[in-house]
Design a protein around this ligand. Structure first.
Ligand SMILES: [Zn+2]
Length: 190
């Protein structure tokens, strides 16, 4: 008797698996045939329920950090220049918000630095191994702090940085942060 009921259970198990496979096949087929329609529908839904979508997304990302990381990496690979494009498109807004949230950003950096000391140290080490000339030049400018100098462009003496032209000889220009960014931007736009 027992043998018979086990057989019956197995039979139903297999049946369920087959039905499930059938359904997932059907779903796949349906998706293939209606890809654009489905995408359009979900796009519309996201547009109308942005808050809810963001909330759901956030929850999902917290629950599946590994998956989220992979999906982000895939997306970034597909949209390589998105950061640059986004920046160029929203430059004024970004710069304004950065200026307004200066303190918050600084605090966030401090916290980040404290929590990731080990990783940052490792990165520094690799940086030195891969580009010793760049590393040393950068280190040089940080050590000498550019005291008593002026921005070569706007003559400001605040937030000075060193723009390297030749890393080996440590040649370059003293610029304030704003002018330095302007210069890098122009270089990027070329
Ligand atoms: Zn300047």
């Amino acid at each position: 008797m027992r043998g018979k009921s086990t057989n019956l259970i197995n039979f139903f198990k297999i049946l369920i698996i087959m039905v499930t496979l059938e359904i997932s096949d059907y779903n796949k087929e349906y998706y293939k045939e209606n890809k654009e329609k489905i995408k359009e529908r979900s796009r519309r839904w996201v547009g109308e329920n942005r808050e809810r979508h963001n909330q759901r997304n956030k929850e999902w990302r917290l629950k599946n950090p590994e998956k989220a990381k992979r999906s982000r990496e895939r997306w970034e690979k597909k949209n390589k220049d998105y950061k640059k494009k986004y920046y160029l498109k929203n430059r004024d807004k970004i710069l304004e918000s950065r200026e307004q949230n200066k303190e918050v950003i600084r605090e966030r950096w401090k916290k980040y630095y404290k929590e990731n000391k080990g990783i940052l140290y490792q990165k520094k080490k690799e940086d030195y191994k891969n580009h010793p000339e760049k590393y040393l030049a950068r280190n040089y400018t940080y050590k000498h702090k550019l005291r008593g100098k002026f921005c070569a462009d706007c003559k400001s003496s605040e937030n000075l940085e060193f723009h390297h032209i030749n890393y080996e000889e440590n040649e370059g220009l003293t610029l304030c942060m704003k002018c330095h960014k302007k210069l890098e931007r122009l270089k990027n736009e070329e």
